[in-house]
Ligand binder design. Structure first.
Ligand code: UDP
Length: 238
């Protein structure tokens, strides 16, 4: 089958993993992510995933007088490794081969990040999960997604969220907010639309890497995207 995208980087937020729980990992959501990924992997897409950590720890929200920023950021990166392990387990429970890679060396549980090795895993059909973000404080997992996607020559970043795309305003607050189907990086920046943080966004803009924001909770969306259906909102250098 010919696919619109053969190699994708899927960004999953850690926060979304909580589902309706107050913290931690909702197993139903984890399995939902895994089965959506399995579908496109079975269709022949090469899938890399960057997973966040906001359900467990977020550096910036820390009371910085007790846990200073950099320490908090490292704690956030550890949180992404925990989520990565959970996603790995759920993918393997449904028969998908995976490799967990950590940007911070943790060789008992994850491979170190070696670009050519990560690409080789993808070529062999393994789902590659990038954890520990970029390995550096002051970044987010959005930046890690932009960085890794460029490094592995992914054709697109698929940002799975709980809304179905990018809106002119927050649709939860303003009822007349309108959804964009396509928009340029400049439009998103000039209108202050929060698609990803600026570091991540700029990296994609400069390297012509499109971002599709879509609702990951709706089953089948991921599959539709790689088959070429225009789901969600696409940001590119239009
Ligand atoms: N983080 C970091 N460097 C990175 C990636 C993540 O310091 O390269 C830290 C940062 O404190 C961040 C936390 O890890 O708040 C969790 O990641 P993020 O907030 O991006 O997760 P998400 O919002 O996707 O759940």
């Amino acid at each position: 089958m010919s696919l619109s995208y053969n190699r994708v980087l899927l960004k999953l937020s850690g926060e979304a993993l909580m589902g309706s729980k107050e913290f931690g990992i909702d197993h139903d959501i984890l399995l939902h992510y895994a089965s959506e990924i399995k579908t496109i992997q079975r269709m022949g897409a090469e899938v890399a995933v960057v997973i966040g950590g906001g359900n467990i720890y977020r550096g910036v929200s820390t009371n910085q007088t007790v846990i200073e920023r950099v320490q908090g950021d490292y704690m956030g990166m550890m949180a992404t490794v925990i989520n990565g392990m959970a996603l790995q387990a759920s993918l393997e429970s449904i028969g998908v081969y995976t490799r967990l890679i950590s940007a911070i060396e943790m060789k008992e549980i994850a491979e170190p990040y070696i670009r050519r090795r990560a690409i080789r895993h993808l070529e062999k059909g393994r789902v590659v999960i990038f954890s520990a973000g970029t390995g550096n404080p002051y970044f987010t997992t959005d930046s890690a997604a932009a960085l890794r996607a460029n490094e592995i020559n992914a054709e697109v970043i698929l940002k799975g969220t709980k809304v179905d795309g990018i809106y002119t305003a927050d649709p939860a607050i303003e009822s007349d907010a309108e959804k964009y189907d396509r928009l340029s990086f400049d439009e998103a920046l000039n209108n202050g639309l929060k698609v990803m943080d600026r570091t991540a966004f700029t990296l994609c803009q400069e390297n012509n890497l499109p971002i599709i924001v879509f609702n990951i909770y709706e089953s089948g969306n991921l599959q539709k995207i790689i088959q070429g259906e225009e789901i969600g909102s696409i940001v590119d250098n239009f």
